[in-house]
Design a protein around this ligand. Structure first.
Ligand code: NAP
Length: 244
């Protein structure tokens, strides 16, 4: 299969670094955004100026129709997606007792349904080719649990379940499914946590620093590469030792 990647939520943060890393490694990359068209187009320009094959596609991962339309657009421009990175995500802080029904559903709609929609949209071609790779982005909070982020932690635990179960189901079809569980990474999402908490989190990280989006992009690149062709169903924690 050709090296054609779709990275959901790649206008900013971790997704942006993943798209850049993959484009630099020879993948044709679809940069997906939800609201920040400006960021997605700036990244697209930067990478195409460097000679990379990139395209931009708006889609709200909560919508099956929009995700299917995005995958069809990638097919028209580059061909069938052979690497899907399910990265788009949102987080919210707050006491469990204050989590509204709407917020709970919203969190699952983006973080879990989004991955469900994207996996189902790319799988027919992967199954046909008997080849393909899916990399999901979970979180250490999905592994360890997180006070005041119960809904978020639940969605990220679901992503681990999705990864392992799908890996078992798809391995006989030659498709690998893996997961990266980032620790505390310097992106806009960290604003949710609150400025006063960030130095505390850094101190709690044994390696003594916050992670960068590139730290996570390198972990994704490992799973994307053929050199990990015997690796499936794994969760790689990239967190500076936070949950050791
Ligand atoms: P971020 O900087 O807030 O970026 C989020 C990205 O997701 C943006 O590109 C955004 O698009 C996109 N997005 C949000 N809702 C979307 C939707 N409905 N449809 C399509 N795209 C949507 O977040 P980040 O820190 O890079 O996080 C990326 C992933 O890593 C998430 O799954 C997150 O849970 C996970 N993670 C982050 C950390 C951390 O410390 N930062 C730690 C563990 C795990 P627009 O810009 O167009 O709105």
């Amino acid at each position: 299969m050709e090296k054609i990647a779709l990275v959901t939520g790649s206008s900013r943060g971790i997704g942006r670094a993943v798209a850049r890393e993959l484009a630099h490694s020879g993948w044709a990359v679809c940069i997906n955004y939800h609201e920040r068209r400006d960021c997605a187009e700036a990244l697209c320009k930067e990478l195409s100026d460097e000679g990379c094959r990139v395209m931009v596609q708006q889609a709200d991962v909560r919508s099956r129709e929009q995700v299917e339309a995005m995958v069809a657009a990638v097919r028209r421009q580059f061909g069938d997606v052979s690497l899907l990175v399910n990265n788009a995500g949102i987080s919210r802080q707050g006491l469990f007792q204050d989590v509204s029904e709407d917020l709970w559903r919203e969190m699952f709609a983006v973080n879990v349904d989004g991955a469900f929609h994207a996996c189902q949209a790319v799988l027919p071609a992967m199954l046909h080719q008997h080849e393909g790779t899916i990399v999901n982005i979970s979180s250490i909070w999905g592994l360890r649990g997180a006070s005041c982020e119960v809904a978020y932690a639940c969605t990220k635990a679901a992503i681990v379940g999705l990864t392992r179960s799908l890996a078992m189901e798809l391995a006989p079809s030659g498709i690998r499914v893996n997961c990266v569980a980032p620790g505390v990474i310097q992106t806009d999402m960290l604003k949710e946590v609150g400025e006063e908490i960030v130095p505390q989190l850094q101190e709690e990280t044994p390696l003594g620093r916050l992670g960068t989006p590139e730290d996570i992009a390198h972990a994704v690149a490992f799973f994307a590469d053929q050199r990990s062709s015997f690796v499936t169903g794994q969760v790689l924690t990239a967190d500076g030792g936070f949950i050791l």
